[in-house]
Ligand binder design. Structure first.
Ligand SMILES: [Zn+2]
Length: 239
C-alpha cells in the first residue's frame, strides 16, 4: 500500500504541472492575439510610403533600353497638329494637393484631353521614340510607362494613366505613331465615380518607385526628385 501512495502523489503532481502549463499557454496565446490585433490595426492605419510600396510594383517593370533616341516629340493625341499645344485642354495642373486615394498626395501629372476629339473613343499615342517599360492593368488605373533616351543620353519616362484599353506590352519598342491605349468614355467613367475620362500624363525623371510615387508623393522634395512639370516639358520639347 505504501508503495502506491507516492504514485498517486506523482500523478496529482503531473496533472497539476500539466494544467499550469495549459493555463500559461492560454495566457501566452491570449497575449499574442492582442499583439497580432495591435500589429494588424497599426498596419491598416499606417500611411504607406514609396520606399515600402515600391517592391509591390517592381514585377511590372522590364529593364529594356530604347533602340532609338527620342529627338522629336508630339502630343499624345490624334489631333489636327500634334505639335500645337493649344490642341489639348488641361483639366488639372501639376503639383496641386489631392484628397482622392491617399489624402494629401500631390498631383504628379497634368490631366488632359484633346480640345476637339476626332473619334468617340480617344486613342493615346506615344509621345516619341522609346520602349514600353511598365504596364499595369488594375481595372480603373491601367497604366503604360515608356522609357526614352534623350539626345544628350539622359533617360526620362512618360507615364500614361487612366486608360480603358491597353494595346502594347512590356519591352515593345514604340514611336509617336504607336497607339498605346484608349481613354475611358464619359459613360464608362461613371462606373468608377466619373473622374476617369482624361489622360493623366506624367513626365518622369526617375522610375525607381515603379509607379507608386504617382499616389504616394506628399511633398515638393519627392515631387521634384521624380517628376517634371509636364506643361513646362511640352513647351520645351513639343515644337
Ligand atoms: Zn491626374
Amino acid at each position: 500500500m505504501s508503495s502506491k501512495r507516492p504514485q498517486i502523489n506523482e500523478t496529482t503532481y503531473h496533472t497539476h504541472i500539466f494544467s499550469r502549463l495549459v493555463l500559461s499557454c492560454y495566457k501566452i496565446i491570449k497575449q499574442m492575439k492582442l499583439l497580432l490585433l495591435f500589429i494588424f490595426t497599426f498596419s491598416i492605419f499606417e500611411t504607406p510610403t514609396i520606399e515600402k510600396d515600391r517592391d509591390r510594383w517592381k514585377p511590372y517593370y522590364s529593364d529594356t533600353k530604347p533602340q532609338k533616341n527620342a529627338e522629336n516629340w508630339f502630343l499624345p493625341f490624334d489631333v489636327s497638329d500634334r505639335k500645337k499645344i493649344s490642341n489639348i485642354k488641361v483639366i488639372s495642373i501639376f503639383g496641386d494637393h489631392r484628397d482622392s486615394y491617399y489624402k494629401g498626395h500631390i498631383h504628379t501629372a497634368i490631366d488632359i484631353n484633346p480640345v476637339k476629339p476626332t473619334t468617340k473613343l480617344i486613342p493615346v499615342y506615344a509621345m516619341a521614340n522609346g520602349v514600353v517599360c511598365s504596364v499595369h492593368l488594375g481595372e480603373n488605373q491601367k497604366t503604360v510607362v515608356v522609357r526614352h533616351t534623350l539626345k544628350d543620353g539622359k533617360t526620362i519616362f512618360t507615364s500614361y494613366k487612366h486608360l480603358k484599353e491597353v494595346y502594347v506590352s512590356n519591352g515593345q519598342q514604340v514611336d509617336q505613331k504607336t497607339k498605346l491605349a484608349r481613354l475611358f468614355t464619359k459613360d464608362e467613367s461613371k462606373k468608377y465615380g466619373g473622374d476617369y475620362h482624361h489622360l493623366h500624363l506624367e513626365i518622369r525623371i526617375k522610375f525607381d518607385d515603379y509607379g507608386c510615387a504617382s499616389w504616394l508623393t506628399f511633398n515638393n522634395t519627392q515631387l521634384n526628385d521624380r517628376f517634371y512639370n509636364p506643361q513646362v516639358f511640352l513647351k520645351q520639347y513639343v515644337k
